[in-house]
Design a protein around this ligand. Structure first.
Ligand SMILES: [Zn+2]
Length: 147
């Protein structure tokens, strides 16, 4: 994917909160693999991973790798700095992830950011693809750009 270690957000951003349910998702991210937690009983996909399937209340899961594609579901452009190092505006976005080609029975939404785009390019439903931002040896975050 992006061989160069591109950065869009400053190191001063807080690290993600990880627990034993979300750890497999973050470990996959560290390997630049975008996944969803899939219930092995009903194939419902969910992010973030949780102890119980929100569809059937099952508690057996597999992490399913997704193709990294999706569409822009909704967004907000942020013009007020969170940190002095932050480039403005930055785009907070909800991405509807494509689960085609997997056993997952539903698409799944992920809150992330749109990068490498002007605010004027933003449009609901526009196709996006994942790009990875390596924050440290152990943490990579999925961001999205228009594909
Ligand atoms: Zn289920």
């Amino acid at each position: 994917m992006n061989a160069e270690a591109k950065r869009w957000f400053p190191n001063s951003m807080p690290a993600p909160m990880v627990d034993h349910h979300t750890l497999p998702w973050w470990q996959a991210c560290a390997e630049h693999k975008l996944t969803a937690q899939r219930c092995t009983k009903c194939n419902h996909a969910q992010i973030p991973p949780a102890p119980i399937c929100s569809e059937c209340r099952g508690n057996a899961f597999e992490m399913t790798e997704l193709n990294g594609k999706g569409t822009l579901y909704t967004y907000s452009a942020v013009h007020q700095p969170v940190s002095m190092e932050q480039t403005l505006p930055f785009i907070i976005a909800v991405i509807e992830l494509d689960t085609s080609g997997t056993p997952c029975k539903n698409s799944v939404r992920l809150m992330s950011n749109i990068v490498d785009a002007d605010e004027s390019e933003l449009a609901i439903g526009k196709p996006v693809e994942v790009v990875w931002e390596t924050m440290s040896d152990m943490v990579s975050l999925p961001r999205f750009r228009f594909s």
